[in-house]
Every structure is written in structure tokens, then in C-alpha cells.
Design a protein around this ligand. Structure first.
Ligand code: ATP
Ligand code: MG
Length: 176
């Protein structure tokens, strides 16, 4: 059985890693959709799809996990078209794991087996909380795999995020 999970992974954290491990106990392989792939350089979505790809692949390789496929998936902003959009980009899969009620509903209606994910250590392992810590200057490095902290350092991600809080852009978009 091949399984599918989607997230924005801004950034990929230890909760994500744990959920991948859990899913792989029950599946031959996992397809990880990198959602909202077209966004980067905003406070909600600071990292590019390529940077997130590297965060996930390096973290999983360090765990000796090789049975995964990473697929960047841009938003289509049309719920009835979304499952077909995902299917067009991914290897075939049988099961979907998600907490998001809309994601679950859309895949259920498309005939997939849909399973819930247990949220672990959510007071720490949450993208929103980790992004807030990075901006405040609190310690966040323990909440992500070591490889993710290294990549954020490599790409000067902390300064990027601090700059984003100081942007003069309107609605987070670049403006002349
Ligand atoms: P954000 O706060 O930016 O939404 P997030 O931590 O919710 O970040 P997502 O990228 O939205 O991360 O996560 C995608 C999926 O990963 C979630 O729908 C959920 O299934 C799973 N997930 C996220 N955090 C955890 C966690 N702490 N434990 C288990 N699964 C998690
Ligand atoms: Mg989320």
C-alpha cells in the first residue's frame, strides 16, 4: 500500500518526522505532498518548495528512510478540482492521512481510504509555533530535525524571516 500526506512543512518539524515513521509502519512507501508550493518569502510560508524539499529529504535520509516520494503541489484554489490536480502530480496511492477536515472530505468523496493523524507534542511541534519562536529569537532548534536547523542556517532563514516582519509591502506582496 502506498500512502499520501500533504502539508506546507514551513518548516518540516519533529511532529512531521514522527508521523512519517508511523505511516511507514503500515505502508510500503509514502508520498509527501509539499503544499502551497508556489509560496515563499511570506511570514506564513517563508521557505521555497525547493528548500522544503531539501529539509524533508535530508531529514529522512538521515533516518535511513528511502521509501518516500516528494512532490511539490501548488494550490489550485478550486476544491472540486484539487484531488485530480494531486493525482496528476503524484505516483498512484491508496490511502490518505490527514487532520484537515477539507482534505479528508475531498479524498473521501474521491473514494480513497482516509485516516486521521494523531497530533503529537503539538504545543511544540507546530509550524506556526516554530515560526513565532524563530522571529522572537527563542530556541526552536530542538523542535526540528538537526538537518532542518542546518538548512535554515545555510539559507540565512532566520534573517529572512526577521526581514519579512519589516517589509513595506502591501499584504505581504512585493510592491514597487
Ligand atoms: P502550520 O502551523 O504552519 O499549519 P503544522 O505544524 O500544522 O504547521 P503542516 O505543514 O500544516 O504543519 O502539517 C501538515 C500535516 O502534518 C498536518 O495536517 C498533520 O497531519 C501533520 N502534523 C503537523 N504537526 C504534527 C504533529 N505535531 N504531530 C503529528 N502530525 C503533525
Ligand atoms: Mg497546519
Amino acid at each position: 500500500m502506498r500512502s499520501f500526506i500533504i502539508g506546507r512543512f514551513q518548516p518540516f518539524h519533529k511532529g512531521h518526522l514522527q508521523v512519517v515513521r508511523e505511516i511507514l509502519k503500515k505502508s510500503e512507501s509514502i508520498i509527501i505532498g509539499i503544499g502551497s508550493a508556489q509560496y515563499s518569502h511570506t511570514l506564513r510560508d517563508p521557505f521555497t518548495a525547493g528548500e522544503r524539499h531539501l529539509m524533508i529529504s535530508r531529514s529522512l535520509e538521515a533516518e535511513h528512510i528511502t521509501n518516500f516520494y516528494l512532490v511539490p503541489i501548488e494550490d489550485v484554489n478550486s476544491n472540486p478540482l484539487w484531488v485530480a490536480h494531486v493525482q496528476a502530480l503524484t505516483p498512484k496511492f491508496d490511502a490518505v492521512y490527514s487532520n484537515n477536515p477539507l482534505v479528508k472530505r475531498l479524498f473521501y468523496e474521491a473514494g480513497y481510504s482516509v485516516f486521521s493523524v494523531n497530533l503529537l507534542n503539538r504545543e511544540k511541534w507546530s509550524g506556526t509555533i516554530i515560526r513565532e519562536k524563530i522571529i522572537r529569537g527563542d530556541r526552536w532548534q530542538d523542535d526540528v530535525p538537526k538537518q532542518v536547523a542546518e538548512i535554515i542556517e545555510e539559507i540565512d532563514g532566520v534573517s529572512r524571516m526577521r526581514d519579512l516582519t519589516r517589509t513595506d509591502a502591501i499584504n505581504g506582496h512585493t510592491a514597487p
